[in-house]
Design a protein around this ligand. Sequence first.
Ligand SMILES: [Zn+2]
Length: 232
Amino acid sequence: MVSVCLLFLVGAAVYVTADDSACTAASGNCQEDSLHCSGSYVSGLCTGHATRRCCIPAGSGSCSNVHIVTRSQWGARPAKTHSTMHVPVNEFFIHHTETPACTDMTACKTRVRSIQNYHMDSNGWSDIGYSFLVGEDGNVYEGRGWSYVGAHTQNYNSIAFAASMIGSYDSHLPNAKALTAVKNLIACGIQLGKIRSTYRLYGHRDAGQTSCPGDRLYAEIQTWPHYSHAHP
Ligand SMILES: [Zn+2]
């Protein structure tokens, strides 16, 4: 009843609670992700239910150069369980999905849904494993997001975020749109206080027996400024 009264009192004004301050600090406002956001929806910055997101308008700086397709927008199944991520983290891992790539949002949404089904139904995980996925359409698809521990890099899930490039990158690179998107996503994580500015970047194979993220992409990320040649 209290919230009804408050909503009535503030009328159509934007209602900002103290706990929405992370969104406000990022120059955004908290709203339902079914509403239109001219910039980017970012999860984990707003109070309330899961579909209440921080809308950071285009041109406001911060993460406005990252277009995040939220879970509800790509049609995610709910996670069976989740545990909260402690931020900021020091490590960021790059993966590839080892699937065909996708170059438009419709195809990427379908691909992300099928990856979630595989992770939940075949691997028996509680949700899609990655923190984020990046398509060759230039969009970032929210996996477990900034708020929850993922299942992507054994021994590092609770201390690192991971983005997976949608495609197979043994012999060629993701396109420029996808490479720009993942770089902007990492910069966004720093601005939101989720990743330390002194973070170390790794490929999945740096932490385990896998060819992930593919030979060509692995060679590429080793040229990026935060790549760490030390074992994670
Ligand atoms: Zn991987």
